[in-house]
Design a protein. Sequence first.
Length: 493
Amino acid sequence: MRHHLRTLVVTALLTMLAGAPTRARADVVEYSGEASVIGGTLLGLPIDIVTTGPLPPAGGMLSAGLPNFSLLGLISADLLQATTTGAGNQSTSNATISNVVLTLGLITIEATLLQADATATCTGNVASVSGSSTVVGLTVNGMGITVTGSPNQVVPLPLGLGQIVINEQSSTVAGNMGEITVTALHATVDNVLGAQIADLFISTAHADVVCGAASTTSTSTSSSSSSSESTTSTSTSSSSTSSSSSTTTSSSVVTSTLGTSTTSSSSTSSSSSTTSTTIVINADHYKCYKTRGARLSPRQVTLADQFTTETVTVRRPFRLCNPADKNGEGIVDPTSHLMCYRISAQPFQERTVLSQNQFGDHFLRITRPDSLCNPAAKNHIESDLQINHYKCYRARSLFHFTPIQVTVSDQFETRTGTLVKPLLFCNPVNKNGEGILDPTAHQTCYKFQPSPTPFQSPTVNVLDQFGALDLQAISGECRKADLLCVPSMKTEL
């Protein structure tokens, strides 16, 4: 089977490292970045909880996370996540934490969400930087803090016991070098005797780049724009100049296995300023269509996946998934499809997983079983069907999902559309003791909103282990939700 450009790795510590030993883009001579969720000192001792470590000069990606954290009644929090990336003409870092409670002597600081983002960019040989913080639900000793939205907002603590700095930012831009550090919340807390209890940096993101040859002039400017309300703020500051743009294209190849990794990269020049960065698993994407026209007598099957083992009732076929070429990445096996059936299952205990794929890291809440997908042949074309069965669950993202535009080609059509949000998460499943081909290859299925062009509904014949089915795939004008399923790695939290 043909390998894609890139495969994904999830280490046992939720740390993903993808590095390239050669430069990824002619604009960038050197990448640097780091993200940390909790750092500083506590009771005179250093503390460093969930950190990526420094990004290699050649770029790549580092990621770390924890589902929750607590320390001696002093600190508690949920969903700690840090990521830093060097690719194309940018270095970017992000740190996020939820439901933070700091209980430090006479001071209690709470926040629903603290997030920091930092970006350093090369435009030709000129550097620029930008950063932002998101602060939601900030209180001190139960009193809401008005967040102005400005960088470096200082708020004294009650009784003169220290201060907090909201959206702390520092940056430098000088010709071909730019760096920025953003901390969503910097808390310095003393006891009543004036001795320091804590000096904590919560959600810190750092990014910097060294671009090509230094320009003959260098400038540094800064500006900020903000919006504020009593408990929520998003603030930005930036410093930038511009000159000529570079004309390179790069791609990285990362091959990794659990616990070990090897990396390589390639870089080529072209006549346009574009970058290709792809992270995929050696499995197909699937474009899924709602179907009609087929009937199936209900039957019971036993399904064992990484969540549970249970006997379910298979109801009716309702979705056909074609192997799909996303953004020109190709198809591994064009003969193997998925035929998906509604299932009735036992009550399910919700859980949280970290899904990692080409589109990044997504914390998903898995809510209930949805369907069983069988390997299937279509239109009498023979297939070895060397792909997994999948048990799919309804899923929702725990954080905001930024829509992504993709172009997808399958055996029905080529269409550009938008991935709106994650909708399903699919585990490889052992059906009736038949085994699992690849227990590491999962699928995250996103709601696909296609461009508004007419869709001609084809009639197809599908053959799987439940028999032959004559189906009509429907989409577009019928307003049925299409899905794009993306190969993913999973870590249960």
